[in-house]
Ligand binder design. Structure first.
Ligand SMILES: CC(C)(COP(=O)(O)OP(=O)(O)OC[C@H]1O[C@@H](n2cnc3c(N)ncnc32)[C@H](O)[C@@H]1OP(=O)(O)O)[C@@H](O)C(=O)NCCC(=O)NCCS
Length: 155
């Protein structure tokens, strides 16, 4: 089923608490236990400071934030897709796709030609379906000693 009443828009500071809670809930749905989630927690916070560093978009349904995505420009041509999370209660309904399209349109309009992602292993296949190719592995930003897929896609 699709989500016809979804509103995808640029995030504002007032959204950050709801976005952080969503990010935590969404990440946890990949099967991590509380101990591992405690290690992820700081990195999952979407603070007003982080909002100033890069553009974020949110998906809203009936005033509730149920998805988000961010674009982190690395240089004039390359940017990293970050904070890509949808609410576990609304999966498989095209929400991720809508967020992806909103981000992609802006990336292309800004002259970005290559997107990168540090994928959670649970979402490797999802990124592959978006056209990303795994280029190797990089250390997790949150879990010492863990390697995660490093993905790239030309746009
Ligand atoms: C990845 C994610 C954003 C996708 O969101 P979504 O709203 O379900 O995406 P869509 O509805 O647009 O796409 C659904 C399609 O992707 C597939 N899909 C969803 N999550 C997937 C996953 N983790 N791995 C493989 N395929 C996945 C669905 O089966 C569905 O396929 P279909 O259209 O052939 O039926 C969501 O699963 C998520 O938030 N995951 C947990 C957080 C996370 O790890 N995010 C990535 C950070 S690196």
């Amino acid at each position: 089923m699709n989500l016809p009443d979804i509103n995808v828009r640029a995030a504002v500071v007032a959204d950050t608490a709801a976005m952080s809670a969503l990010a935590y809930r969404s990440k946890k749905s990949n099967g991590y236990d509380d101990q591992v989630m405690a290690l992820f927690e700081e990195g999952l916070q979407i603070t007003p400071d982080r909002l100033q560093c890069r553009p974020f978009w949110v998906a809203e349904l009936d005033g509730q934030i149920i998805g988000c995505i961010a674009l982190d420009p690395l240089d004039g041509r390359t940017a990293e897709v970050r904070s890509f999370f949808t609410d576990p209660d609304h999966r498989g309904r095209g929400l991720g796709h809508q967020l992806w399209q909103a981000m992609l349109t802006v990336a292309q309009s800004q002259g970005i030609t290559r997107l990168l992602a540090h994928a959670d292993p649970a979402t490797l296949r999802y990124y592959e379906n978006l056209g990303f190719i795994q280029r190797g592995e990089v250390p997790s930003r949150s879990l010492p000693g863990r390697m995660v897929p490093y993905m790239a896609r030309d746009i």
